[in-house]
Design a protein around this ligand. Structure first.
Ligand SMILES: Nc1ncnc2c1ncn2[C@@H]1O[C@H](COP(=O)(O)OP(=O)(O)OP(=O)(O)O)[C@@H](O)[C@H]1O
Ligand code: SF4
Ligand SMILES: [Mg+2]
Length: 331
């Protein structure tokens, strides 16, 4: 094998470098995602966590090239999917990448499934478009995919409509659709939040199994730190559009270091503790009210004068793979 090929197979499948995404609010463009950098390799799961409004979905939509041009734009940075620069690509090239090399599944499948088209048609359509399959071959492959995600009686249900499936089954259909063209990168935005706990566990186990089989790189967006602990390799905590902590999952749970991460963990129910849950006081500021400097300052119990300046995301001396954006805690 040539050196170039070896290098390519070792390279991360998703690379995000200095991503800044701006949103138009009341006529002004404001940075809703600021200088976010991370990579996801094949068979790796990186979790993006943070409260509502922290910029998780905007990060995902920026990678997919799905920001509505009038309200959002990537204003700086580089996004590479399987070697292809998604920011420099034309809309046509991005369209060709979506579903083919990078796919996304959402929290509520009914927002992405078309209610008036059968499941078989919707899965088959991507195969006809991206893989040039005939209608008949695409239908056969769609049945195989439904069987693969363990939808019972796939052959009989291929002609059913989305509303004829339960929430958990619809999420399986979405996974089948996302994986139809064998993408290298999968972005899952709160894929199990709308499901009950048992079904959540089944869907996550299915994703992990498919990941092992085909070597997917997964970016998993979730509110649920329990999910992070069970499936992620690395965790990025976002607050107000900034990554405030970036750590291998073990170091994160052993040494949560940013005051915001500590707050998230204290607010998380645990089966092994009778301790009280403590919600983080206050809420994420809206974009026009976002402070300069550390964006967490209004809610932070450790705030000092310097916090009006923006802290850098800095590696911890004791563990350079663990990075924290905080004047007090990063050392
Ligand atoms: N289309 C839009 N128009 C205006 N503001 C937007 C738009 N989309 C997102 N925002 C703003 O950008 C910020 C980040 O939003 P984003 O949807 O990425 O949050 P999130 O972390 O995914 O939250 P959630 O957990 O609720 O899904 C928020 O302040 C949000 O109000
Ligand atoms: S930089 Fe200051 S305000 Fe921000 S998290 Fe650290 S101590 Fe708190
Ligand atoms: Mg979101």
């Amino acid at each position: 094998m040539s050196a170039a090929l070896v290098r390519q197979s070792e390279a991360p499948l998703l690379q995000v470098e200095g991503l800044t995404t701006s949103i138009r609010v009341g006529g002004a463009w404001r940075d809703a995602v600021r200088e976010v950098s991370f990579t996801v390799a094949g068979r790796e799961t990186v979790a993006l966590v943070g409260e509502s409004g922290c910029g998780k979905s905007l990060t995902a939509l920026s990678i997919m090239g799905l920001l509505a041009a009038k309200v959002g734009r990537v204003s700086a940075g580089r996004i590479t999917v399987d070697g292809v620069d998604m920011v420099a690509a034309s809309e046509r090239q991005r369209e060709a990448m979506r579903g083919d090399r990078v796919a996304m599944i959402f929290q509520e499948p009914m927002t992405s499934l078309n209610p008036v088209l059968t499941i078989g048609f919707q899965i088959g359509e991507a195969l006809e478009r991206h893989r040039g399959m005939s209608r008949k071959a695409a239908r056969a492959r769609a049945i195989e995919l439904l069987e693969r995600v363990r939808v019972p009686s796939a052959k009989a249900r291929i002609d059913a409509y989305p509303h004829q499936f339960s929430g958990g089954m619809r999420q399986r259909v979405m996974i089948a659709m996302a994986l139809a063209c064998e993408p290298r990168v999968l972005i899952a935005d709160e894929p199990t939040t709308a499901l009950d706990v048992t079904i959540q566990a089944q869907v996550l186990a299915l994703l992990a199994e498919l990941q092992r089989e085909v070597g997917l790189a997964i970016l998993l967006i979730t509110h649920n730190l329990g999910v992070v602990a069970s499936v992620a390799d690395r965790v990025l905590v976002m607050y107000g559009g900034d990554v405030v902590e970036n750590a291998p999952v073990r170091s994160f749970f052993a040494r949560p270091t940013h005051p915001y991460s500590e707050g998230l963990l204290k607010a998380m129910p645990r089966v092994d503790s009778a301790g009280e849950l403590v919600a983080i006081p206050g809420h994420v500021p809206t974009l026009p009210d976002m402070p300069d400097g550390c964006r967490f300052q209004a809610r932070c119990p450790l705030r000092i004068e310097r916090c009006t300046e923006r802290p850098p995301l800095a590696p911890l001396r004791a563990d350079p793979a663990h990075e924290v954006r905080c004047w007090v805690r990063a050392s």
